[in-house]
Design a protein around this ligand. Structure first.
Ligand code: DUC
Ligand code: ZN
Ligand code: ZN
Length: 478
């Protein structure tokens, strides 16, 4: 088994930073050592195969993106990243584990949905991966099948209060699934938007000729997110289910989560880089290329981008600092403009929903450190350690300690990253939602279970390096 020694760096974890060397033996971290101790003549010195000099750089646990949708069938097409292309882009960006969503719909067996996702991913991933289970059709069979998920290493499931006729669950279905969650310890993840009401608003806008992408965000008003978040909280309260609300974008939804947490309820929330940096006003103003007003389709996602004038972005950063929100995932769900997003020319309802960010999450969140929104430790906590704890990976992932997987990123705070489709872009998309963003830092080296997969501008990994990870129960259950 090859050994790798990372010397001279500053090891940053969720709890602090220290000068230390890290020794990886095979796939596992063997030791965190006082700087220079191996080279100062211990027996280990002669056995180290590779030495990586991390002087002046941060050594952090590999990123964990707990919300991705590779190859998701959606809106008459499918997310454009395969497990192969999407996980390779993730690795380039310093993410060494993803948790993707297997899909079950009305009339389908949960076991078949999960098996289909294993088939898509197996042998194709560049980094380790796990699954959540979307339950798009809560019925007696699905509820029974949910009992078997924990043995499969799938310890969380997602319900949708949005998308009637596609993934939508009504309150009765949600209640039953949450009872299962309370009984088993499966974590309930919720897409909290009032889908039936949104569909009426969207239909009325289109009838008035308001068909541009911008109106997607008008139909999906923050009231629709606040209301659904409150309803999810109350349904979780009455059932005793642990609740994790995905892609929170409205400041009023955060207020609901904070209110519930202050009352002692076991609820959590994530936001995504797009809700921290991008806004509805910018989407309205986008006219930069051949698409005219339809350029706004690049940023059509759900929940939608929110108004900067209303202060949602500032509220998201604040919630990350105060722990009213606990994590940052991407909701990576990329579509190309040509042939995919353009399905919605003339009717924003037909634009496939989603943004691709898997490659840029670690950088975009590091920029929050540069601008003083977050501490270095909080950066690691939000992007790696809490995802590991929340989703039953901690110990193996999310930490630099003996016994953990050798998933490590060496991050250069003196480096620079220019994001753009002709620059750093490995996602399978014909545009970047992050075109022109400049990051005052750079992912230098990425190590996945002991193997260097990214070294500067070289990709050294291979399809199939990544393995399925069975997850344990969330550490946030009480
Ligand atoms: N939101 C998106 O933007 N895309 C896929 C599904 C979702 O909930
Ligand atoms: Zn969702
Ligand atoms: Zn999603």
């Amino acid at each position: 088994m090859a050994t790798t020694l990372i010397t001279g760096g500053t090891v940053v974890t969720s709890t602090g930073r220290t000068q230390a060397d890290v020794l990886i033996d095979g796939e596992t971290i063997a030791a965190v050592l006082a700087p220079g101790s191996v080279l100062l003549g211990t027996d280990l010195a002669s056995t180290v195969d590779t030495v990586i000099d991390a002087t002046g750089k941060y050594v952090i646990p590999g990123g964990i993106d707990a919300h991705t949708h590779m190859e998701l069938p959606f809106g008459g097409t499918a997310a454009s990243d395969t497990f192969e292309s999407g996980t390779r882009a993730a690795a380039w960006g310093g993410t060494t584990t993803i948790i993707d969503f297997a899909v079950q719909r009305t009339g389908e067996r949960v076991q078949d949905g999960l098996a289909a996702w294993h088939e898509k991913a197996a042998g194709n991933c560049a980094i380790d991966y796990g699954f959540h289970q979307i339950i798009g059709g809560v019925d007696a069979d699905a509820l029974t099948a949910m009992d078997g998920l924990i043995d499969e290493g799938v310890t969380s499931f997602k319900l949708f209060m949005a998308y009637p006729g596609v993934f939508y669950s009504d309150d009765a279905q949600i209640l039953r699934a949450m009872q299962k969650s309370a009984e088993t310890g499966l974590l309930t993840m919720m897409h909290a938007e009032n889908g039936p009401a949104i569909d009426v608003l969207a239909e009325q806008l289109v009838a008035q000729g308001k068909t541009d992408p911008y109106y997607h965000g008008i139909a999906r008003a923050w009231q629709m997110e606040e209301e659904a978040t409150h309803r999810a909280i109350m349904l979780a309260n009455v059932t005793g289910a642990p609740l994790y609300v995905v892609h929170v974008s409205a400041k009023q939804a955060v207020e609901q989560l904070a209110w519930a947490r202050d009352r002692g309820q076991n609820v959590y929330g994530e936001t995504c880089p797009q809700y921290l940096y991008l806004s509805l006003e910018e989407q309205l103003g986008a006219r930069g290329d051949e698409w005219g007003a339809f350029e706004g389709a690049k940023w059509v996602c759900s929940t939608p981008l929110r108004s900067r004038a209303e202060g949602h972005q500032d509220a998201m950063w604040q919630a990350l600092r105060t722990n009213d929100l606990q994590m940052v995932s991407t909701d990576h769900c990329p579509f190309c403009m040509k042939g995919q997003k353009e399905l919605g020319v003339g009717d924003f309802r037909k634009i496939p929903n989603g943004i691709g960010s898997i490659e840029h999450r670690m950088d975009l969140m590091y920029q929050g450190v540069v601008t003083g929104e977050l501490t270095l430790e909080r950066w690691v906590e939000l992007t790696s350690t809490t995802p590991a704890r929340m989703f039953g990976l901690y110990g193996r992932k999310g930490v630099i300690a003996p016994g953990a997987d050798g998933d490590i990123v060496i991050y250069d705070p003196n480096g620079h990253t220019s994001i753009g489709v002709d620059k750093t872009h490995h996602m399978n998309m014909d545009y970047s939602a992050w075109e022109g963003y400049e990051i005052d830092g750079h992912v230098d080296t990425v190590i996945s279970r002991g193997k260097v997969v990214v070294d500067g501008d070289q990709y050294l990994g291979a399809k199939g390096d990544g393995r399925y990870v069975k997850r344990g129960l969330s550490q946030y259950l009480i």
